[in-house]
Design a binder for this molecule. Structure first.
Ligand code: DAK
Length: 258
């Protein structure tokens, strides 16, 4: 069996790279690819040398959506039995920060996958969209929710109802992506950002990610309470002692992740 997702190299110190690799189908996400992404993320999460995950496709496509050919003949019961949501849920539960490097198409499930990541670095050629309406369905993996939270109701409604694609620059203006960089350097820039995140105290990074994500779907009050508990918890780590001592002693901290 040929792998459609590659996790075989370290893009930068502390960074585990995962590449979606079905170029002939513009990286359309079939069940096999989703399973392999889940496995790759789980392996990165379990590897203490990896502190940040970088997910990317190729220059032409991050992912042009779920695999329409695989889905087209399926009925509701078959879709239910495929239990795709379990795979998406496992990706959502990734503990380490995840950065998506997006070039070319990020459509439908591809856009949803990018939005499931914690930050997005886009190349100038990136195009985002939820074109499911054009094939008689609607976003099914969080698109109506995450896109709306990221860009607001007006633009989300337009994208979901017309299927129009958003350019990288528009995505930046709308707050969907963190930065737009030349296509020649997008992977390098994304890896540099991932490397910076990977250089931070790992437990603090994990709890900080968790706390930011908590702001969705919770009241300000319970979000603040959650944040407070995580903040206190960090005072039980060696890294907090090390980080603050290093600051006082004017030296670089050495993180142990403990
Ligand atoms: N699925 C399968 N194959 C795809 C594909 C896709 N989404 N997108 C592209 N391909 C394939 C094309 O069929 C073509 O294959 P061959 O004909 O060469 O065998 C090859 O990739 C190159 O594509 P094109 O020839 O079309 O390339 P162009 O440059 O002319 O056009 C395009 C690029 C991206 C505009 C066009 O390919 C396109 O419109 N693709 C479909 C985009 C789309 O509709 N995406 C949304 C799909 S629905 C769920 C989770 C997620 C989802 C659903 C449920 N659960 C958890 C339950 C998500 C649903 C979706 O994403």
């Amino acid at each position: 069996m040929e792998f459609t997702c590659i996790r075989n190299y370290t893009a930068a110190p502390g960074v585990g790279a995962v590449q979606i690799n079905r170029p002939a189908a513009l990286n359309a996400l079939n069940l096999q690819t989703m399973t392999e992404i889940v496995e790759a993320f789980a392996a990165c999460d379990a590897d203490s040398d990896i502190r940040c995950i970088l997910l990317h496709g190729n220059e032409k496509a991050f992912a042009a959506g779920a695999d329409v050919k695989e889905m087209s003949g399926a009925g509701a019961v078959e879709m239910l039995e495929r239990d795709q949501f379990a795979r998406w849920e496992r990706i959502r539960q990734t503990k380490k920060p995840v950065i998506a490097a997006v070039s070319g198409f990020a459509l439908g499930g591809g856009c949803e996958l990018a939005m499931l990541c914690d930050m997005i670095v886009a190349s100038e050629t990136a195009q985002f969209g939820q074109p499911e309406i054009n094939i008689g369905v609607m976003p099914g993996a969080g698109g109506t929710q995450r896109l709306t939270r990221a860009v607001g109701k007006a633009l989300a409604m337009e994208l979901v109802l017309t299927g129009r694609m958003l350019s990288a620059r528009e995505a930046l203006r709308a707050g969907l992506v963190n930065r737009v960089v030349p296509v020649e350097t997008y992977l390098y820039e994304a890896a540099a950002l991932a490397r910076e995140v990977a250089s931070k105290a790992p437990v603090a990074a994990r709890l900080a990610k968790e706390s930011v994500l908590k702001s969705f779907g919770t009241s300000l009050e319970s979000g603040l309470e959650f944040e407070r508990k995580n903040f206190y918890m960090l005072f039980a780590t060696d890294d907090q002692k090390e980080g603050m001592s290093a600051f006082v002693e004017k030296r670089k901290p050495k993180w142990t992740g403990k």
